[in-house]
Design a protein. Structure first.
Length: 318
């Protein structure tokens, strides 16, 4: 119970799961799970590639069990495209699309990876706290609403776990983001809530069961807190981030037999290096580790992984 309260409070204070891409050596790129413009550009696009390996499993009590080389392997390569554009001085829209290649198998049982599209996200954002004149303390504030569309196949629609590249649910989201930058330093924090809407899946689960329903809605809370430093206010930025995630359990109905899934949580740690190689283009290398805090008891009912990635971003000024 205390772990649950901790994650709800931490997630509410700092925000949800994100793919972070910076459009410059400071904090002017897309930040949060929404595709947002937080700098002074008119539009931006990002193309990113990452590779992820599952390394450990967190139990209901928070105990962490690392997987050995002779156990279950889960590997995923992800290609991500997102972009956003201003509609007016403070109103913007964005979209996020991904494709993935994934393999899940046991040692000694090699398997060809499954390739396909993931879920598609759209959002609209509004800058409710602009910074028309410079302030040492006042941040820029953004709010957004979004919708995740289940374009990727989910685990509820296939017998093959490797083919599950999406979550399978329509998910509206609501979030808030604050960004502040100084000459060499920058900081940001976001918070997001999401409601994953239940639905019915039709598939032949076995000769005896043919109907699977995920009932009700699942609440998700999470976020990201970042801090960055640009040596000499130059073209390079070093960044660190913390990303908490909490999701409630939900009811599963299989031909009238109901069961309850467990809530899950984790905290990710990440580091980024961004190089601004032109006035409007940047390259970011990133590392994300979910086992760092997981080994300290801050994970529950979750598969924990490590991810490395690279992102190319381009922006157009106003």
């Amino acid at each position: 119970m205390l772990n649950t309260l901790f994650f709800i409070v931490l997630a509410a204070l700092t925000g949800i799961y994100s793919q972070e891409v910076h459009a410059g050596a400071c904090c002017g790129g897309g930040l949060s799970s929404a595709s947002l413009i937080t700098g002074d550009e008119q539009a931006r696009v990002s193309l990113a590639f990452s590779t992820r390996a599952a390394l450990a499993d967190a139990s209901e009590t928070g105990a962490l069990a690392f997987r050995g080389n002779d156990g279950l392997h889960e590997d995923q390569n992800l290609l991500l495209f997102d972009g956003s554009r201003l509609l007016s001085d403070r109103l913007q829209v964005g979209a996020h699309f991904e494709a993935a290649s994934q393999a899940i198998h046991f040692t000694g049982e090699p398997q060809e990876p499954s390739t396909g599209v993931g879920d598609f996200r759209v959002n609209a954002g509004y800058e409710f706290l602009p910074e028309y004149t410079y302030s040492e303390w006042k941040p820029r504030g953004f709010a957004w609403v979004g919708l995740v569309l289940p374009t990727g196949k989910s685990i509820h629609e296939t017998f093959e776990p490797s083919e599950a590249l999406g979550e399978g649910f329509f998910t509206p989201t609501l979030g808030i983001l604050f960004v502040k930058r100084w000459e060499r330093w920058d900081a940001a924090a976001s918070a997001e809530g999401r409601l994953s809407i239940g639905r019915k899946f039709e598939q032949e689960l076995s000769p005896d069961f043919t109907s699977l329903s995920i009932l009700g809605t699942q609440l998700g809370l999470g976020g990201i807190a970042t801090v960055g430093y640009s040596p000499g206010a130059g073209d390079f930025r070093l960044g660190a981030r913390i990303e908490p995630l909490w999701r409630s359990g939900r009811t599963v109905d299989v031909d009238g037999f109901e069961s309850q899934t467990a809530e899950r949580s984790m905290v990710s740690f990440g580091a980024d290096l961004t190089w601004m190689f032109g006035p409007q283009s940047s390259l970011t290398a990133s590392y994300t580790d979910q086992t760092f805090f997981g080994a300290r008891g801050l994970a529950q009912n979750s598969v924990l992984s490590r991810t490395v990635g690279v992102a190319l971003s381009h922006r157009w000024d106003r």
